[in-house]
Design a protein around this ligand. Structure first.
Ligand SMILES: Nc1ncnc2c1ncn2[C@@H]1O[C@H](COP(=O)(O)OP(=O)(O)OP(=O)(O)O)[C@@H](O)[C@H]1O
Ligand SMILES: [Mg+2]
Length: 251
């Protein structure tokens, strides 16, 4: 379980970005974090992944306490993070080089086993020998998910993973997210896309650095208004369900 406890944060040059955040992510759960631009979504993702150093509060990942002096590598093996633009994350052109980058020190056989499994997980095993350079943006993003998987993390943070990807690529990534949940991974999906809210067991709404609401999947129809109130576009499917409910109430 990930526990975020009383986390506040500001950048050197910014005002308070996160204010006293408290939430948990349970095992095997998909949690989406939504909120308008600048609400602090990426910042909390980076704090959990150990990319930004905590200043105030605690983040506990199973038995690991993320602190000011945490060992980044230890966190990275538990929590993987994928960002919006795969182009900014790729280091090598060769897929094997890219995927084995974080695995230095492991035996060749183990490295190959992990890469094979990760490529299967993102449905890219047939592309093993292609150059990354030639892949579509959606395929590159799947590679970035594969790279995270090679570290055998338990938790995966996806920070707007499909914002730049075309609709077919989006669907593929959504399928992968659903499959990862089935495999037992816990996923935090930071998003502004309505469709991704439907993937989640729970949605947290961030507004100006504070969690202002938490909506369980089964309450989405009931609480769709709250999403709208904070400027979040709701999924078409949900819009229809809300419409039907309102109609039923009329008669
Ligand atoms: N490196 C930085 N230095 C200073 N301020 C920053 C830095 N990164 C982010 N901020 C500020 O912190 C606030 C929260 O930013 P963050 O990127 O976490 O928001 P976000 O919800 O992910 O936004 P978006 O939807 O645009 O991705 C914003 O006001 C932003 O300008
Ligand atoms: Mg962001």
């Amino acid at each position: 379980m990930i526990k975020v406890e009383n986390v506040s944060f500001h950048y050197k040059t910014s005002d308070m970005v996160l204010e006293d955040l408290n939430f948990q992510v349970h095992e095997g759960e998909i949690v989406t974090i939504v909120g308008e631009n600048g609400s602090g979504k990426s910042t909390i993702g980076k704090l959990i992944a150990g990319i930004l150093k905590l200043k105030k509060g605690n983040i506990i990942i199973d038995d690991l306490e993320v602190s000011k002096k945490s060992n980044n590598k230890e966190i990275r093996n538990k929590v993987g993070i994928v960002f919006q633009n795969p182009e900014n994350q790729i280091i090598f052109n060769d897929i094997y080089d890219e995927l084995s980058f974080a695995l230095k020190g492991l035996e060749k056989q183990e490295i190959e086993k992990r890469i094979k499994r990760a490529l299967e997980e993102v449905e890219m095993k047939d592309l093993k020998n292609k150059d990354l350079y030639n892949l579509s943006l959606g395929q590159k993003q799947r590679m970035m998910i594969a790279e995270v998987l090679t570290r055998n993390p338990k938790y995966i943070i996806l920070d707007e993973p499909t914002t730049m990807i075309d609709s077919l690529g989006k669907e593929k990534i959504h399928t992968i997210i659903k499959n990862l949940k089935i495999q037992g991974y816990s996923i935090i999906c930071i998003t502004n896309l309505a469709d991704e809210i439907l993937l989640a067991d729970r949605t947290l709404i961030l507004d100006k650095g504070k969690i202002v609401a938490e909506i369980k999947k089964e309450d989405l129809v009931e609480k769709a208004e709250i999403l709208k109130k904070y400027g979040i576009k709701i999924p078409t499917l949900l819009e229809i369900a809300v419409g039907l409910k309102e109609k039923r109430n009329l008669y």
